[in-house]
Design a protein around this ligand. Structure first.
Ligand SMILES: Cc1cc2nc3c(=O)[nH]c(=O)nc-3n(C[C@H](O)[C@H](O)[C@H](O)COP(=O)(O)O)c2cc1C
Length: 335
């Protein structure tokens, strides 16, 4: 077996196409080390949330107002705030320590819903040593007066603001709920994104039947969820000038291979690593290499995108016709 597993993502040269997605695993230095030892090619840190930054800024502002009102000498106090240990500061510290501990690229993640002051925080993530930045943008539209284009513009404004703030590559992690994913993808690229992470896996709230309250509901993904991103990556491959990362439902080697065949540059893993531990990466890497070798692929690059809409024997399979065929050919226990 001598297959070239190298992959490129956001202009970063990676040893293979397996990336640890944002999750509590990458938030721990010991786990980052285990992920690296098991062969992960890069890691995305858990997100720093807009709310965390805004909360922190508000707290500092209140502290500032209190002290300026109360004490004439208060300005002397402020240099000491540099040591104020807060969520965002801990995040920056985690980037620095991760960069010292592991050699793989570290991708920081900012998670928010509005363009605003918080996006300036991207500069600090870059200065702390992040090799790239993933922007997780998640807007839940609730106002019937707000149009789809207004919401899309919000997404673009966030990417534009961050693009102006940093020089490191940016990837945008979004959900699948756009009228035109290819058009949106192109707009992200024009706004300065070098990569797209498809798709964000939204956690739908549940209703507690005891308290009649709306409650958060976190379940890990299943392999069936990998189909959605696979399809859109297959459609986008070769059509937009950006790296493509597949996320959600990639559990087995089978999902890894299919994502790459559709055209993904990398696959991102969270649920499966949380379930089986970082060392499961070794199994995936060995099985991927064996599959490629048995089919006489010299490299991952050679197989990438070969079953994209652009290259496969039945490109219409990615669009509507398969839908009809699947429905009319259904057979089951009662049919
Ligand atoms: C416990 C947990 C925490 C997560 N935290 C983040 C996060 O902070 N930022 C983010 O962009 N995605 C986060 N995710 C989403 C994952 O990065 C990933 O996109 C999603 O779980 C789908 O991939 P999977 O099927 O491999 O789990 C989290 C997922 C889980 C399960």
């Amino acid at each position: 077996m001598n297959v070239d597993m190298q992959s490129q993502y956001l202009g970063l040269q990676l040893g293979n196409p397996l990336v640890a997605s944002a999750s509590p695993l990458t938030g721990r230095l010991d786990m980052l080390k285990r992920l690296e030892d098991a062969g992960v090619a890069a890691a995305v840190l858990p997100s720093l949330f807009q709310e965390q930054i805004e909360h922190e800024e508000l707290a500092l502002q209140q502290l500032h107002e209190y002290h300026t009102d109360s004490f004439a000498e208060s300005l002397d106090y402020f240099p000491e705030l540099d040591n104020y240990n807060t969520g965002p500061d801990e995040y920056l510290d985690h980037i620095r320590r991760a960069k010292e501990m592991v050699a793989i690229p570290i991708i920081a993640s900012l998670n928010g819903t509005d363009p605003g002051g918080w996006t300036r925080y991207a500069t600090l993530l870059e200065q702390a040593g992040a090799d790239a930045l993933e922007l997780n943008i998640y807007v839940v539209p609730t106002d019937p007066d707000q149009t789809g284009s207004e919401i899309e513009q919000r997404y673009i404004d966030i990417v534009t603001a961050v693009r102006h703030a940093v020089d490191i590559p940016i990837a945008v992690k979004v959900g699948p709920f756009f009228s035109s994913i290819p058009h949106m993808a192109r707009q992200f690229v024009e706004a300065g994104a070098q990569g797209l992470v498809l798709f964000n896996r939204y956690l739908e709230p549940d209703i507690d039947l005891e308290t009649l309250d709306v409650v958060p509901h976190l379940v890990l993904s299943t392999p069936a969820e990998a189909l959605l991103a696979r399809r859109w990556i297959g459609i986008l491959y070769g059509r937009i000038n950006a790296s493509l990362a597949a996320t959600s439902g990639i559990h087995r080697t089978e999902e890894v291979i299919k994502a790459l065949l559709a055209g993904a540059d990398v696959v991102m893993l969270a649920s499966v690593l949380l379930t089986h531990g970082p060392e499961y990466l070794q199994t995936l890497l060995e099985e991927l290499e064996r599959w490629l070798s048995e089919r006489e692929y010299a490299s991952v690059r050679q197989m990438r995108g070969s079953v994209s809409q652009q290259n496969c024997a039945s490109p219409e399979g990615y669009v509507r016709s398969n839908y009809m065929k699947a429905l009319v050919s259904y057979t089951g226990k009662f049919i």
